[in-house]
Design a binder for this molecule. Structure first.
Ligand code: CUV
Length: 637
């Protein structure tokens, strides 16, 4: 086939996604003559050298490519081996991912500080109980003290997560003692996120750290400053400021767009923008403006992690995960899309123009060519979001695009915080993880798996998540989810209690007794920190070993695509969790660096990395690990 013919071959969109709404919109896009990531990916094959992480461009003597059959046959110009090159590349991914989460956490910290000192009035402390619990968990005195006094102390403490140059980050106090002991032995307890990220950038410069073991050590330290640092601060402060999620029935999919209303979507990551948008769209004056323009009202939806935050926290519908973000615009029904940071495809700007959608950037960190920038300031948040509502109403009035809204709506239960898991499995043990541990010990629940992360064009959209999770619950593994993955499963209907029929007998019995679905939706990517806390609680409750590495648990990111996912994966591994990724893995099998990630770290008492593309194989690798841990605990059978 000639190059020309190959290019013209139409894509069968059923081969690239299992999301009916996305498929329908990709077909519409093709008819409309607009391109999407799906069409671009067909034209752009990934670079095989880059995919193996066998390329080094840390200096300008190169770039050097170690693409021989034997990866040790060549070195870079400076003599860097494949292990050094792959470890350095990996380290920079961890640094970037950790920086994204910690900077997000920093924004929450900024809001919290200004709320505490009274300079921000638009947000308040919503969950005082959580404030007290978080403060107490890191040794702040709470008995008989005023909320605001505790909040001031909490701010001071949490700031150290970022700025501290010596010592240990505050949430290290929440790590099970045996796990912490391993970190001490290995010298990987994070001091402060800024210091760890800076050190990675230094050590991966040409001619500095050229011993892969040592580089990976700093990867662990930095990734932990994300999981038990920046991400955890983001989650905890968001709960304190905006409310801790409790199970709530909420809808996912594009069918929640409404043709006769002004549709506004918030896409990105930081909940402060979304919270202000909620306030704007509920303001009677804004609703009046929408009505005056002929709309029935204002309809607000979320996408990606911004959406995942408010799905569980407020029950606001979610339009779609990462690989659906373009498809949502193709409906023509989106009057305005407001974005802040992370996972926002640049293509959304041009695509929005094609469909007349008003596209707004709001964060000084993230401007996009072609987008209108209306800066969001947390001291006067409504100025930004009211303006966006006004522009959305204006677009509603002047709609020209042909509108086609896929008739897909999937209701499910969302918003399982670790606090709620605690409560839900309660009975006479309400307020502890005892029932969960007991059900694991008696074998009704085989173990717990966290299935999280992005969706990625290089695999069939949603498919790997859905099949992997189905296989896990069939084998009595309780699944907890965050990020885009939980949207895949929500669309597949697994977040309903009646999905328990798909679970193995033991898990089904537990789900039916409690009335919970076999797949629990926990929130956004930073909310993976909820899974860390749940692990720590399981250890503390007893009966399942002394460290996180002893637990019959596993993690997976079946369709990951971002550097943040690498940081998350590595903090789970460094915390003691077996973690398996799909799509592709940035290392060459058989190299020393690869062996360190896939075997060596486990021998040091941490978790381990693994890799599989096939969802069923992935699930069974996780189950095999869970069984290995059950065996070691003597609870097999
Ligand atoms: Ni932060 S990181 S695509 S939105 S989960 Fe979704 Fe989640 Fe990956 Fe991004």
């Amino acid at each position: 086939m000639s190059q020309e013919e190959k290019k013209q071959k139409p894509i069968n969109f059923r081969d690239v996604s299992i999301c009916e709404a996305t498929i329908q919109m990709l077909e519409k896009a093709a008819k409309d003559g607009v391109e999407t990531a799906f069409t671009r990916a067909a034209e752009m094959k990934p670079c095989p050298i880059g995919a193996d992480s066998a390329c080094c461009k840390h200096c300008f003597m190169g770039p050097c490519r170690l693409n021989s059959k034997d990866p040790y046959a060549k070195t870079g110009i400076c003599g860097a081996t494949i292990d050094t090159i792959a470890a350095r590349n990996f380290a920079r991914m961890v640094a970037s991912g950790a920086a994204a989460h910690t900077d997000h956490g920093m924004s929450m910290l900024d809001v919290f500080r200004e709320v505490v000192n009274g300079r921000i009035k638009d947000y308040q402390i919503k969950d005082e109980t959580k404030l007290r619990n978080v403060a107490a968990s890191i040794g702040i005195e709470v008995e008989g003290r005023e909320t605001m006094d505790i909040a001031k102390d909490l701010y001071e403490e949490l700031e150290r997560t970022y700025t501290q140059v010596e010592g240990e980050i505050p949430f290290a106090k929440r790590v099970p003692p045996k796990t912490l002991e391993t970190w001490h032995k290995l010298g990987i307890v994070p001091r402060g996120a800024m210091r760890e990220i800076m050190e990675i950038m230094h050590r991966t410069h040409i001619g500095v750290d050229q011993e892969y073991n040592n580089i990976v050590k700093q990867c662990s330290r930095t990734a932990l400053s994300d999981g038990w640092g920046g991400s955890m601060v983001a989650t905890e402060l968001s709960d304190i400021l905006f409310g801790t999620p409790k199970p709530i029935v909420a809808g996912v999919n594009m069918g929640y767009l409404k043709e006769d209303e002004v549709n506004i979507i918030v896409h990105g990551h930081e909940p402060n923008l979304f919270e202000s948008m909620i306030s704007s769209v509920n303001d009677p004056a804004n609703i009046e403006k929408a009505k005056a323009a002929g709309a029935k009202g204002i309809n607000l939806l979320g996408m990606c992690c911004s959406g995942a935050e408010v799905l569980g926290r407020h029950g606001i519908p979610h339009a779609g995960n990462f690989m659906s973000t373009e498809a949502v615009i193709v409906t023509g029904a989106v009057d305005a899309m407001a974005v802040d940071v992370q996972c926002i495809m640049q293509a959304l700007s041009k695509l929005s123009e094609c469909y007349g959608t008003r596209f707004f950037t709001t964060n000084p960190r993230a401007k996009i060519d072609g987008a209108t920038h209306i800066e969001f300031h947390e001291h006067t948040p409504r100025e930004c979001t009211d303006k966006i509502v006004e522009m959305a109403v204006n677009r509603f009035q002047n709609r020209t695009a042909r509108i086609e809204i896929p008739n897909r709506r999937d209701l499910g239960i969302h918003g399982f915080s670790h606090e709620y898991v605690n409560y839900m499995l309660g009975g006479k043990f309400r307020g502890s993880y005892t029932p969960l541990n007991e059900n694991i010990i008696n074998g009704r629940i085989r173990g717990v798996a966290g299935v999280v992360g992005c969706t990625n064009i290089r695999v069939k959209h949603d498919y790997v998540h859905v099949e992997c999770v189905k296989e896990l619950i069939k084998n009595n593994v309780l699944v907890v989810q965050t990020g885009c993955s939980q949207i895949s499963l929500a669309k597949a209907g697994l977040m309903k209690p009646d999905a328990a029929v798909l679970a193995g007998d033991g898990l089904r019995e537990v789900c039916e007794t409690v009335g919970m679905p076999p797949v629990l939706s926990l929130g956004s990517c930073v909310d993976n920190s909820r899974i860390l806390i749940a692990c720590a609680e399981m250890v503390r409750t007893g009966g399942l070993g002394d460290s996180i590495a002893d637990l019959p648990v596993a993690g997976a990111a079946p369709e990951y695509m971002s550097e943040k996912a690498i940081s998350i994966g590595h903090y789970f591994v460094a915390s003691g969790v077996y973690t398996i990724f799909g799509v592709t893995f940035p290392s060459i099998e058989g190299t020393k660096f690869h062996k360190l990630l896939f075997e060596g770290l486990e021998e040091q008492g941490l978790g381990k990395w693994d890799f599989a593309v096939d969802p069923i194989e992935m699930a069974h690798k996780m189950i095999a690990h869970i069984d290995k841990k059950r065996m070691a605990l003597g609870i097999m059978g």
